[in-house]
Write a new protein. Structure first.
Ligand SMILES: Cc1ncc(COP(=O)(O)O)c(C=O)c1O
Length: 400
């Protein structure tokens, strides 16, 4: 009898963590490496948020929290959904988790039965299919195209729905493509979902605040109120407030679902870190003025990367609306060789050789279910980005 559970044979480790580790290993060997593989802002958590955590510790807010979250945070979450998304969620509809990741995981855990299907548009965030697999479900991957901006098309959604479909995952802006749905695009998807009342919507709005130009963020329950009773609207403080290490995510949804997630969380973590929750109260209720400043910095970086990768040979780089990623196609590089004779047969070869030869770490598209592409994270300084893009240009120019 195997000691490790059979279900784990269905799951693979995170490719983004592996890529980051590979870059770290090379650095440890003394190589100069520019990492464009990270999935977190390079900015620090704002001081007022840190201070709120320090004050919470001093006040002795160091005990177990209520499983669903401390009341001031759940109130702040309900107020945030009202203020920013026009969504009327009650206090009792909200849940705080240990990162958005735990919210997603537990939503699958409490709803999936063997063989249930989850529609996941590709390219997707690495964890969705694995979470579904661990929870005995079947990911149904729906490819998108670069020409349609990596966005799920209503007809493709319609075709993917079966009687076993439990959830569709919508992640806008997207990790890894940066693609974000306009209100009209979302409406065309929610129209399909209105015809299939057994399908629930899991919307991952983690990158809500990172949209550029005059793009307007929207979330499915706001676009189609008729879907609210079967939508889990997930969000978190990790990306917008540069709080990845505090591990606070949250969601709001129908009572039956929140109750089940409450039960599981009570047996699992007893709730998210109390101190981090107090910091998150300040994040959501405190000054928001640093958000547009950081957004501007990200937008400048995106524009630099798009422009420089646009000039690189054999790459096609669409301009996404949000997040801090771009997802260029390296299809025209496949079948070529590096000057040292290494064949580029896959996007993984492309990423490996780019790291070996130029010391630039990116994550290959295979990890996100659609390629040949690679993900560039521009959550680093303009100087680093410029250096890295020059190296990418040189690397692609030398492919024969
Ligand atoms: C699309 C997406 N959803 C969820 C998460 C997880 O967020 P958290 O750090 O709050 O667990 C990430 C983190 O990389 C992400 O990119």
């Amino acid at each position: 009898m195997a000691f490790i559970a059979n279900v784990l044979s269905r799951v693979k480790p995170s490719a983004t963590i592996a890529a980051t580790q590979k870059a770290r290993d090379l650095k440890a060997q003394g190589r100069e490496v520019i990492s464009l593989s990270v999935g977190e802002p390079d900015f620090d958590t704002p001081d007022n948020i840190k201070q709120a955590a320090i004050e919470a510790i001093k006040r002795g807010e160091t005990k177990y929290p209520p499983v669903l979250g401390i009341p001031p945070l759940r109130e702040a979450i309900a107020a945030k959904f009202k203020r920013e998304n026009g969504l009327d969620y009650k206090f009792s509809d909200t849940i705080v988790g240990t990162g958005g990741k735990q919210i997603l995981y537990n939503a699958f855990l409490v709803t999936m039965n063997e063989g249930d299907e989850v529609i996941i548009p590709a390219p997707y965030w690495v964890s969705y299919p694995e979470m579904v697999l661990i929870n005995h479900g079947e990911p149904v991957i729906v490819p998108t195209t670069i020409d349609e901006g990596f966005k799920l098309q209503p007809d493709d959604l319609e075709r993917a729905i079966t009687p076993r479909t439990k959830w569709v995952v919508i992640n806008s802006p997207s990790n890894p493509s940066g693609a974000a749905y306009t209100c009209d695009e979302l409406k065309s998807l929610t129209d399909v979902l209105m015809r299939h009342p057994h399908v629930w919507v899991l919307t991952d709005d983690m990158y809500e605040h990172l949209v550029y130009g005059d793009f307007v963020f929207a979330t499915p329950a706001q676009i189609e109120p008729g879907l609210k009773a079967r939508t889990l609207t997930m969000n978190g403080v990790s990306k917008a407030y540069a709080m990845t290490g505090w591990r606070i995510g949250y969601a709001a949804g129908p009572a039956e679902l929140i109750k089940a997630m409450d039960m599981v969380q009570g047996q699992q973590t007893s709730g998210a870190c109390t101190i981090a929750q107090w910091a998150s109260v300040e994040a959501l209720n405190g000054p928001q003025d640093f958000i547009p400043v950081r957004r501007k910095a990200f937008e400048e970086r995106r524009d630099l990367v798009i422009s420089m990768l646009g000039q690189a040979q054999h790459l096609k780089c669409p301009k996404p609306e949000g997040a801090f990623y771009v997802y260029p196609s390296c299809a025209a590089a496949i079948g070529r060789r590096t000057p040292s004779g290494k064949a580029i047969e896959t996007d993984e070869d492309f990423a490996t050789e780019l790291l070996e030869q130029e010391g630039v770490a990116v994550v290959h598209g295979g990890a996100f279910g659609q390629g040949p592409n690679f993900r560039v994270s521009y959550a680093t300084s303009l100087k680093q980005l410029e250096d890295a893009c020059k190296k990418i240009q040189r690397f692609t120019a030398e492919l024969q």
